[in-house]
Write a protein that binds this ligand. Structure first.
Ligand code: NAD
Length: 312
């Protein structure tokens, strides 16, 4: 495993990070026993960065249980606040108030069975009813959690890249998490890297499989991609199948090799996926396959989808 320093946090993080969203079940059911085996194998193979959120249903509970007995200093734990499951609203409940920050951090600490989170991120801030609240209320509350020793580093996550300068022009952050913009079909995060470096922000790049668009089985029905993007990815998958290539393996290897980020988070829910993804660290993707996939994806290069309320 390769390790890199996450911005000015000084944290040494594995090049491949463990995205724990699948432990909450969005890609299919998973038992605690399978989750524990998957997490423990990842640790054994050198993965030391784990990312979860209260929004990912049971993920925090399942990850916390899987980590029981593992030396706390041997892994970096990142969770989020502000976005929560909701029975009424499929896109979730959003609450970026200071009171909810404190409540949410205490709940995460309990579910993750620890007394300190390494990183806490304001989750999908483009959905905040009042974007300025994140800067004026949510982040200051989170910094109170840092002062209380419950959290070490703070940041934000979300889909539209414009959210990052909008925050960072007003207040410093330790880290940001960007998803679905550091993959074969969309590498638009990379344009923002010089700005983020200037701001000394640690960068976490998530979803090199574009939340399943570049997996070997195609996306889940809930995937928000526009039809053109979904179809192009299915065409790339068909090419890979016809040529005996794993699209997922190529996609992960390509991002790991090229992405200018500290850690690449892949959502993993089986020991086989952990083994396959760890095996790609430090390897090069197949140039012929990458050329063919990129040609198929060229018409939808950097095509994304709307997210949140804010006009940025
Ligand atoms: P992803 O792009 O990592 O894809 C996950 C899918 O790929 C799952 O279906 C998984 O089973 C499959 N997969 C993984 N390895 C595979 C392999 N070797 N072969 C075939 N299939 C494989 O999407 P993700 O899980 O949504 O994103 C990664 C992580 O990033 C999340 O788990 C989460 O921790 C984080 N994330 C954060 C945000 C946010 O903060 N807003 C958004 C998205 C993701």
């Amino acid at each position: 495993m390769d390790y890199r320093i996450l911005g000015k946090t000084g944290l040494s993080v594995s090049a491949l990070g463990f995205g724990a969203a699948p432990l909450g079940g969005p890609y299919g059911p998973i038992t605690q026993a399978d989750a524990t085996r998957t997490v423990r194998l990842a640790l054994d193979l050198g993965v030391n960065f784990f990312d979860t959120s209260p929004w990912y249903q049971a993920s925090e509970d399942v990850l916390g249980e899987a980590l029981v007995g593992v030396a706390r200093e041997s892994y970096v734990l990142c969770t989020k606040l502000g976005r929560y499951p909701s029975a009424e609203r499929p896109s979730g409940e959003f609450d970026f108030s200071a009171a909810r920050v404190h409540q949410s951090i205490d709940n995460s600490l309990r579910r993750l069975k620890t007394d300190q989170l390494d990183i806490a991120l304001c989750h999908d801030i483009e959905f905040a009813d009042n974007f300025q609240q994140v800067i004026d209320e949510t982040l200051p509350a989170l910094r109170e959690c840092v002062a209380a020793g419950k959290v070490r580093f703070v940041g934000v996550s979300g889909l539209p890249l414009a959210i990052y300068p909008r925050v960072l022009d007003q207040t410093p952050l330790d880290v940001i998490l960007s998803y679905c913009h550091t993959s074969l079909n969309d590498d638009s995060l990379w344009d923002l890297i010089p700005y983020l470096e200037e701001k000394s922000v640690g960068v976490i790049g998530a979803s090199p499989l574009a939340m399943g668009l570049l997996s070997d089985t195609g996306p889940q029905p809930w995937h928000p991609a526009p039809e053109a993007l979904r179809l192009a990815c299915l065409e790339a998958l068909a090419w890979c199948k016809a040529h005996g290539v794993s699209l997922a393996e190529q996609a992960v290897a390509w991002t790991l090799q090229n992405a200018p980020v500290a850690t690449v988070l892949v959502g993993m829910s089986s020991e086989a996926q952990v083994r396959q993804n760890v095996a790609t660290v430090g390897t090069s993707p197949d140039p012929e396959a990458i050329k063919a996939i990129q040609e198929i994806l060229a018409p939808v290069h950097r095509l994304t989808w709307p997210s949140g309320n804010v006009t940025l």
